[in-house]
Structures are given as C-alpha cells and as structure tokens.
Ligand binder design. Structure first.
Ligand code: 3PG
Length: 332
C-alpha cells in the first residue's frame, strides 16, 4: 500500500515555510494549535499526517484514535519523547524527526548560558532596569582556563566544545558511543565519568532523557565534583536532579545553574519553581531551538521528508529522519 499524504494537521507553532512547501506539492495543511487531548483525538481521524514540536503529546490514546487514517507524525525538531513511538509503530504510523536542524541553535544557547553563569548579566541587567548602579555586586569570573565537561558528545555537545575551546576553556567529555578520535577532532579529551566529576568547573549535558541518563547529575555525583561547580541543562528535564541542585546551591557545592528544560513543561512543581526563582539560577522557557534559522530549517526538513515519502517530486528523495523503519516497511 503506497504512502500518500494529502492532508496534514499542524499542531504546534511550526514555521510557515513548511506549509508553503507542502502546499506547493499539492498537500493541504490545517493549523490547529494547542488542542486539548479530546479534540486532538477527534481531529487526527481526519488527517493523513500531523506535525508537532515538543508541546503536543502524541500519546497512545491519540494514535489509537487516529488508527486507520493517520499515517505519519513529523517532529519539527530532534526529541521524539513527546511521541509514543512503540504505539505509533503498532498502528503503522511513521514517526520522523529533523535530527540536525536545530543543533547549532541549541549549542549557541548552551554557550550563552555558560557565559551567563560566569558573568551575571541577567541580574545586573535587571538591576539597571530597576534604576540601580551596583558595579560591585555583579563581578564575575573568566571562562578562560576553566574546565568544561560535556556529557553527551553528539552533534550539539561537539559544537559546544568547538565554541568554548575558542574561549580558552579546557574541554573534557563523556559519551558511551563517540570514539576518542571523534572527540579529539572536536577538541575534547574523552574521559570516564569518574575522571570527569572532580575536574569540571562547568558541566553541560547533551544526552536524551533515558533511564541511563535520568539524574545523571545527582546528590551522589555532585559529591564527587569540585566545590562551586556550575551546571547547564539545555537537553531534557530530569537529566539533572533539581532537588540536588537546590541543595547544592544552598550548601555552596553548586555556584550556579542554568536550565532551559524541565521535567514538566510548563513547570508546575514546587521544586522546579524554587529552582527558577533561586538567585544563582538562570532559567529560560525551552528556547534551545527557538531561533528564526532553526525553525525554518526544521520546518523545511519535515516538509521535504513528507514530499519524499509521497514520491511525487524527484527533487526530494530522502526521509532520513524516520525513527521507526518497521512502520515505514508497511507502506513499501
Ligand atoms: O528536541 C528538540 O528538538 C528541542 O528540544 C526543541 O524543541 P521545540 O521544537 O519544542 O522547541
């Protein structure tokens, strides 16, 4: 049975370049953002495909509701943790993402947050808006000569290494798959986690959230770190144990933390809110991929893969972001 995508439901704020490209190829697009789950279940029955970012959750319930009509879910971004991939496979729904489209933006936000932990630009800027001139309060530290540990040496981790190397930081890193030679090519000395903890002045995480990475930075691992370590999470909420960071900030073990992602988004828990409000924390609302360039890139990449799946244009032939090849096999 050929895979034919004629009607697409866009569920999150995806750049219009996606819609334009799909429409140029005869595919109808409907925008329905932030639908409550019951309405989403009703809507998916009417479409061949849906496009999401991280806001809309494509759960087993949604996929069961769309069974028989929904054939593809496109993720305009990297993480597919908001899509129940096993349930999608069960219902022959192809899940695809745009793996590299927003890496540079996520990397750049990480570097900016590392900088914001070294130099208190966020509170100093706020003090100016409040009419104060407190030069002594907002002194910082140099990044030059400090050691940055990168946990997870995929696309984003390696790009962070290249940039922070240029600032004179020593870069060490851990990844179970990346080879020493690949790490070295990005200026990273690959070490074991046990070697990393006592050396790092800054730690930034760039892994997916999986059982092996949940609470990778915890009370136990922080105990092995330097006094005054600083941590950054632009990857996924849950990789860093928020309570451990709050405790570390109080004891002085942790000198600063920057978070762009949270276990629940938008955050509701008392712990996350305490963290966001802590004076030594810089918090942003999941902005890693929120740049004009990244959003155009991921939007176009999703559309190109949909057109490639339809097989209607010789110009678009790759759908390399397909996650569940088993579901794709159903249509080939
Ligand atoms: O997984 C991703 O691609 C990033 O976390 C970005 O998510 P977003 O598309 O919801 O901004």
């Amino acid at each position: 049975m050929p895979l034919s995508i004629k009607n697409v439901l866009v569920c999150d704020a995806v750049d219009k370049s996606c819609v334009e490209l799909l429409q140029e190829h005869g595919i109808n697009v409907t925008y329905k953002l932030k639908l409550p789950v019951d309405e989403l279940c009703k809507e998916v029955k009417k479409f061949d495909a849906a496009i999401v970012r991280s806001d809309t959750k494509i759960t087993a319930e949604v996929l069961a509701a769309g069974a028989g009509s929904l054939k593809v879910v496109g993720r305009a971004g990297a993480g597919v943790d908001n899509i129940d991939v096993p349930a999608a496979t069960k219902h022959n729904v192809v899940v695809l993402n745009t793996p590299g489209g927003n890496s540079i933006s996520a990397c750049e936000l990480t570097c900016i947050l590392i900088g914001a932990l070294a130099r208190p630009v966020v509170p100093a800027g706020q003090s100016m808006k409040e009419g104060r001139w407190d030069r002594k309060l907002y002194s910082g530290t140099e990044l030059y000569g400090k050691t940055l540990a990168i946990l997870g040496l995929g696309r984003i981790g390696r790009e962070v290494a290249i940039r922070m190397n240029a600032w004179g930081m020593k870069i060490i890193g851990y990844d179970p798959i990346t080879t020493e030679a690949e790490a070295k090519a990005a200026g990273i000395e690959k070490l074991t986690l046990e070697e990393i903890w006592p050396q790092a002045d800054y730690i930034t995480v760039h892994t997916p959230l999986i059982p092996a990475t949940r609470n990778l930075i915890s009370t136990e691992t922080l105990a092995k770190c330097k006094q005054g370590v600083k941590v950054v999470n632009v990857a996924r909420g849950g990789i860093i144990d928020e309570q451990a960071i709050l405790d570390g900030l109080e004891s002085g073990k942790v000198a600063g933390a920057a978070f762009d992602v949270y276990p629940e988004e938008p955050p509701k828990s008392v712990i996350t809110k305490a963290l966001i409000n802590h004076p030594k924390v810089v918090a942003t609302p999941h902005l890693g991929a929120s740049t004009a360039e990244a959003q155009v890139r991921v939007a176009v990449e999703v559309a190109e893969q949909f057109i490639a799946l339809n097989g209607t244009s010789p110009k678009y032939t790759t759908y390399a972001g397909v996650i569940n090849k088993e579901a794709l096999a159903h249509y080939q």
